[in-house]
Write a protein that binds this ligand. Structure first.
Ligand code: RM4
Ligand code: MN
Ligand code: MN
Length: 429
């Protein structure tokens, strides 16, 4: 099965656009060839690139104030898979989904895995949730989870993470992402050293439950919901923990989890250099952890991150394998459209980074030729890679123009007839 949308619709839409695409591709091919770059090589790398879609980003998100449901948005885990399959069928860059538990908890994970397989999807890292209390839960995470002062609460949080690993094994996943909301709102509220020690102790117990071929991604975040201090506040703290825990423990970089103006690309370079870069949660932000669409605010930063990744990959000689995942909250758009645009922004940044003339850049850096070094980067950033992305999608059976084809498919209005209505309660996602 190619996906939930009729393939002949995609073919018909593509047929109208193929001539123009071939024309643009040939023109870019000539322009790149003049500079000694092979367009086909970049296109092949783009075709092999994959980024995971978050199940929590497939429904409409919300803020503390309100959530405005979208008629036809997915309600059940299976609905979410269906929508993820639409994203992949059109965009051809998102073959996996990253589930969040207990939000995506189902009685029969093997059946969910099979349903995903039938839709052409697999599972990326599973996510645990100890930042909310679940209905009828007899303990509370109000004052922390893996770092709670009471052992009984820590044990429940550890148990939940181990359950998530078991679910992930049943789904065919190979990693767990742990983000905790633990921290404090007032100076003096928490013994910062003791809280970190409790974190290390709890995490070592989760680490011990990891299957041999699994990785554990640890996500730092400087604030929110704790507003004075968070236990895993920054990449330095995260790296210390990952180093202590062992080789399967890696740092995950969520683009929205840094102080404003942080040089995220430099963090990426550092983590990659020391074998501790686990993966990414892509999104964009203006003020805080806004979870806006990737590349919508600062596409240049995204390019610079991929520039470091391409640089690190050349040095690592096949030893660099970060998990690429999206983590966004779609409050005012159709999530399918946001995810299509975001995946294209991510893949496009990767393509641009591949177009950097790395030999020339190194020469200019070594000669301290600032303007030429900067110009090398700028030139690659300014290339319009849309024809490469369009051709890659087309050759993989996707849509040359995914959003237009998606709208033509009438997917959402049809689902509005079939699916129930999502709750309008405010909430994080
Ligand atoms: C957090 C963090 C986690 C995500 C939750 C929903 O801010 O980014 O990755 O699981 O939000
Ligand atoms: Mn995240
Ligand atoms: Mn976040």
């Amino acid at each position: 099965m190619t996906g939930p949308l009729p393939q002949d619709l995609i073919d018909r839409e593509n047929a109208q656009r193929l001539g123009a695409l071939e024309d643009d591709y040939a023109s870019l091919e000539r322009a790149l060839a003049r500079r000694g770059r092979s367009i086909d090589k970049v296109k092949d790398a783009v075709k092999a690139f994959a980024v995971a879609v978050p199940t929590w980003g497939l429904g409409i998100g919300g803020t503390r104030f309100a959530k405005f449901p979208l008629p036809g948005e997915p309600i059940t885990p299976h609905d979410k898979l269906e929508d993820a399959a639409v994203v992949h069928q059109l965009g051809r860059a998102t073959p996996t989904v990253s589930p969040h538990f207990p939000w995506d908890k189902v009685a029969d994970p093997a059946a969910l895995r099979e349903a995903a397989g039938e839709l052409g999807l697999g599972f990326d890292a599973v996510n645990s949730n100890t930042f909310q209390d679940q209905p009828n839960q007899s303990w509370s995470y109000k004052f922390g989870s893996l770092t709670h002062t009471e052992k009984a609460v820590r044990d429940r949080a550890i148990e939940h993470n181990v359950d998530c690993i078991d679910l992930g094994v049943a789904l065919g996943s190979k990693a767990i992402t742990v983000w905790i909301a633990d921290g404090s709102n007032f100076p003096g509220q928490q013994n910062m050293t003791a809280a970190f020690d409790r974190y290390l102790d709890s995490m070592s117990q989760i680490y011990a439950a990891l299957p041999a071929d699994w990785r554990m991604f640890m996500e730092h975040k400087l604030y929110e919901p704790a507003f004075y201090s968070t236990v895993i506040s920054d990449w330095g703290t995260n790296l210390l923990a990952a180093q202590q825990l062992g080789p399967k423990a890696k740092c995950l970089v969520d683009l929205g989890h840094h102080a404003p103006n942080t040089n995220i690309e430099q963090i990426v370079a550092r983590l990659a250099r020391f074998g501790k870069l686990g993966g990414f949660h892509f999104n964009d932000s203006k003020y805080g952890d806004d979870d806006l669409d990737t590349g919508s605010i600062n596409p240049h930063q995204l390019f610079l991150i991929f520039n470091e990744l391409v640089e690190a990959a050349a040095r690592a000689d096949g030893d660099l394998d970060p998990a690429y995942m999206i983590d966004q909250s779609h409050n005012v758009t159709d999530p399918i459209e946001s995810l299509l645009l975001s995946a294209a922004a991510i893949v496009g940044s990767y393509a641009k980074a591949l177009l950097v003339d790395r030999e020339a850049l190194t020469q200019h850096q070594d000669a301290n030729d600032v303007v030429m070094a900067f110009s090398d980067l700028r030139r690659a950033y300014e290339i319009d890679v849309a024809p490469i992305l369009g051709m890659a999608r087309y050759e993989l059976g996707g849509a040359i123009e995914p959003i237009e084809t998606y709208r033509r498919s009438q997917w959402r209005p049809r689902k509005a007839q079939e699916r129930g209505r999502a709750s309008g309660a405010a909430g994080i996602v």
